[in-house]
Design a protein around this ligand. Structure first.
Ligand SMILES: *[C@@H]1O[C@H](CO)[C@@H](O)[C@H](O)[C@H]1NC(C)=O
Ligand SMILES: *[C@@H]1O[C@H](CO)[C@@H](O)[C@H](O)[C@H]1NC(C)=O
Length: 510
């Protein structure tokens, strides 16, 4: 009888106050190898030390009995003897979810783990791509790399000559730890190499069963020229809202051998895996077509798409770079692209119907939307202004059977020089006056957008659609403000990293 009533009392007690066991998780690097982290329950309550392991570091955890999700807590950095060195300056609680029995994977000294970021209103139906966990807009994940310190320092000290190295990789977001041994790391980028913070490329060898949530080829963009580190991501957000296939992006904090490397925007590398996961919606059965990357290594040498004759050797190799052969002969990989340039040369905008002519050759809507964004966001280092920074992909599955399936798709890239950053023109003018074509023609703009009456009309409608729904302060500022709040501490952290031992400019923002 006594036993029974005690048991009932106990149950009643549990039901009313919901005291249970909570597991706390935090990502953090202690100041010394034997330092650690603790969690302080209740303001000024006892501190419980967290533990980590070689398979989870720098994620620490501990189960604390007899507390509820609503109990306030904060994390504490501990010295090797277990004494507190740094308390978080704010108090946490899981009051929003009183039934929780564990925290998310939180980050030391970062108050918000998963920011609610307002969405950009959709202008057109979004481009469907395969799902992945790694591009979560509101979460800044941690990338923990371990590898040969000397190799890594050698790469940072001489990035121009650097060879790729192998390293072990760990990705920790708000709810998972994903570790892969022996991935390949290289520095990447062109203009980013002028700065002492290097852009990085990560390659996962899928043949050796290395995986990264179906995105095995990743770039970490340094955003050295952009003090906000937001522009490129915001541009991607608007491209998503206009329904074109594009690289996705999310911010990550990167560490090598527990030393800070920096805050980066992680984006898709445009290659075979991107084509499958993004352009072809994750369908691995599609035989991929031809992919070309266009650049302007100098002001006068541009990927302008001007027809220069039927043979490849007349086209500058550093302006036109083949990424995927597709249906072209091995001995003449540029065949299809040259045909496109010939069609552009043959196009008579005043005599022909532009829509009819181009619809069988390219995804016209996608092209117009990409160009509208170049103009609206002042993406000066792109096709319209510079003949640079885009890909053309011959998508064999686009179109109808008659004419035969297959069309070119425009894929823009590199959006750090947008929203006024580095813009050589100080004011945004009309689109007609935006770029000067007198010295260097870019016929996809002059012939299609400027001179073809029907395509011009479609372009203007595209501009109107984008500015009415997405490209306006009411639509973008709430998102921008959320990003600012979310990144504030991490941008300051990135700026505080001493890179003076490496060649290149420092982005000394204050
Ligand atoms: C790591 O990967 C490289 C190729 O990228 C390979 O040559 C090497 O043997 C691998 N090392 C280990 C320990 O698996
Ligand atoms: C990859 O995994 C598959 C299936 O588990 C296995 O058969 C294969 O041997 C693995 N390959 C390598 C290179 O480890």
């Amino acid at each position: 009888m006594t036993t029974r009533s005690t048991l009932l009392l106990g149950l009643a007690f549990l039901a009313t106050s919901a005291f249970a066991d909570m597991t706390y998780y935090v990502v953090g690097y202690p100041d010394t190898e034997t330092g650690s982290f603790g969690v302080q329950i209740d303001n000024n309550g006892p501190i419980t030390k967290l533990v980590t392991s070689s398979s989870t570091f720098p994620l620490w955890s501990i189960l604390v009995p007899g507390v509820s999700a609503t109990t306030p807590y904060k994390y504490v950095k501990l010295d090797p003897a277990g004494n507190p060195i740094v308390f978080e300056s704010f108090t946490r609680s899981l009051a929003v979810d009183p039934t929780a029995i564990q925290t998310a994977y939180e980050v030391f000294d970062r108050e918000v783990t998963d920011m609610k970021v307002p969405l950009v209103p959709l202008v057109y139906e979004p481009w469907e791509m395969s799902k992945t966990k790694i591009f979560d807009d509101g979460v800044i994940a941690t990338i923990h790399l371990t590898g040969d310190t000397e190799r890594w320092e050698g790469i940072l000290k001489a990035p121009m000559e650097a060879q790729p190295m192998n390293a072990n990789f760990r990705y920790i977001n708000d709810k998972l730890v994903h570790s892969v041994d022996n991935i390949t790391i290289a520095v990447s980028g062109k203009s980013s190499m002028e700065f002492n913070k290097q852009a990085i490329k990560l390659e996962f060898d899928t043949k050796a069963n290395q995986t990264f949530f179906s995105r095995p080829s990743i770039k970490l963009r340094s955003e050295s020229s952009d003090p906000t580190m937001i522009r490129e991501k915001l541009y991607i957000d608007v491209l998503n809202a206009v329904g074109v296939p594009t690289q996705q992006g999310a911010w990550v904090r990167v560490f090598m051998n527990s030393k800070p490397v920096g805050l980066y925007l992680m984006v898709d590398d445009i290659g075979n895996s991107f084509l499958k996961q993004t352009v072809h919606h994750g369908d691995g059965g599609v035989v991929r077509g031809s992919l070309w990357q266009m650049n302007a290594p100098e002001v006068d040498r541009q990927g302008d798409l001007k027809y220069l004759g039927p043979t490849e050797d007349t086209y500058p190799k550093d302006c036109y770079k083949m990424k995927t052969l597709g249906g072209n002969p091995v001995t003449a990989p540029m065949t299809q692209l040259i045909q496109l340039m010939k069609s552009l040369e043959d196009f008579k905008p005043l005599e022909m119907n532009g829509g009819t002519y181009w619809e069988s050759l390219i995804d016209v809507d996608g092209f117009l939307r990409n160009m509208a964004m170049e103009y609206l966001a002042g993406s000066w280092d792109a096709y319209w202004w510079s003949g640079s920074n885009y890909f053309l992909y011959f998508n064999p599955s686009l179109g109808t059977d008659n004419p035969p399936k297959g069309k070119w798709q425009w894929i823009s890239t590199d959006f750090d020089g947008t929203f006024g950053d580095g813009d050589p023109t100080d004011t945004l003018t009309t689109y007609q006056a935006y770029a000067d074509f007198s010295k260097h023609d870019r016929p996809m703009i002059t012939k299609l957008i400027m001179q073809s009456p029907d395509l011009n009309k479609r372009f203007e409608q595209t501009l109107k659609d984008i500015v009415s729904y997405a490209f306006k302060p009411e639509a973008l500022f709430p998102r921008l403000e959320a990003y600012e709040k979310m990144l504030e501490k991490d941008v300051a952290w990135d700026d505080s990293i001493d890179r003076s031992g490496y060649p290149g400019k420092t982005n000394a923002w204050t």
